[in-house]
Design a protein around this ligand. Sequence first.
Ligand SMILES: [Zn+2]
Length: 327
Amino acid sequence: MRFESIIGQERPIRFLTKMLQKGIVPHALLFTGVDGIGKQTTARALGMALNCLSPVGVSACGACRSCQKVISGTHPDIITVRPEGAFVKIEQVRAVSRQLRFAPLEGGWRVVIINDAQCMNPEASNAILKILEEPPKRTVIILTASQPTDLLPTVVSRCQQISFRPIPFEKVADVLGERQGLDRQTATALAVSTKGSLGRALSVDPEKWLVWRKHLLEQIGSVSTKSMQGILGFAETLARDKDRLIDALDIIMTWFRDILMCKFSSERLINKDFMAKIQRVSQGRSVNELLKKVDAVYAAQTAISKNANPRLALEVMMMRLCLADQP
Ligand SMILES: [Zn+2]
C-alpha cells in the first residue's frame, strides 16, 4: 500500500508525491478512472503517507504503528465510505460529518475516502457539498468515481481532480504471471480482455475464463459455416449472459483485430494460442472485409453502451459479420 508498490499509476503518484514534498494538501481530491486500477489503494496510501510516524522522504515506512493500522484497516482517522446497496446514502455522509466535528483522534491527518462517489444519491451529494464548502482542518476528502460527469458539477469544482488510466497490459500480465502463475500467453490475453484493470483481471478464475474464451473464439471463428438459425442462436446465448456480455464483445473484438493484424505483423497477436487458425483465416480475407467485421463488433459495443436492446444489437452484429464474408 506504499506509493512505491502501486502498479502502473506513475503520473498520479508523481503528482501526490510532489504535493506532499511542497507541503500542500488539498482538502478534497477526486480520483477518476475505471474500476480495479488502483484508485482506492492510492487513497489509502496517501492516508498512510500523511500519518506515517517515520516516513522515508514523503513516503510511508509501511512498518510503524500508524502504517500497520492503515494496512489492517483499523486506523481511526482513515474513514472509508462505500455504497450500501446501490447508493451512498445521506445517513452515511451524516455519520462522517459528525466525526469531522472533532479533531483527528491520533493527532495526524484524517482521510475520508468515499468510494464510488457516483453512487451518492442527491441528498448525500448535497451533504458532501456542505462539508467541502467548509473544509475541516487537517482533513482530506477523497472521492473516487469512474468519471467526473457522474458527479454534481458543484462537487467536482471543489476537488482537485487526478485521473487514473488503465494499467498497461504488459504490467497487468506481469502481475498475473507472478501472483497466479499464469503463462505469458494467457496472462496477456486476460490483461487485454480486462482492459488494463488489474482488479478485474485478478477477480477472474483463470481456468474457467480460458474455457469460456476458447468456446467464444471457436464460435465466432466458425460463423461463416453456420446456418441463420445457428447465428441467431449464438446472438441469443451471448445476450442472455448479461454479466459477461461486455467482456465477450471485447474478446470477439480481439479476434478480428488479430486476423487483421496478422496481415501486417503476426508478432503482435493477442490470441497467440490461436495463431495457426488466425493465420489461415487471415490469408483468405481482404483488409476491407476485416475492417467491416471490426466495424460490426464496434457498432454493437457502442449500441449496448448506449442501452440498446442487447439481443437486437447482437443479432445485427452477427448478420453483419456474415455479410462481410460475401463478396
Ligand atoms: Zn509508517
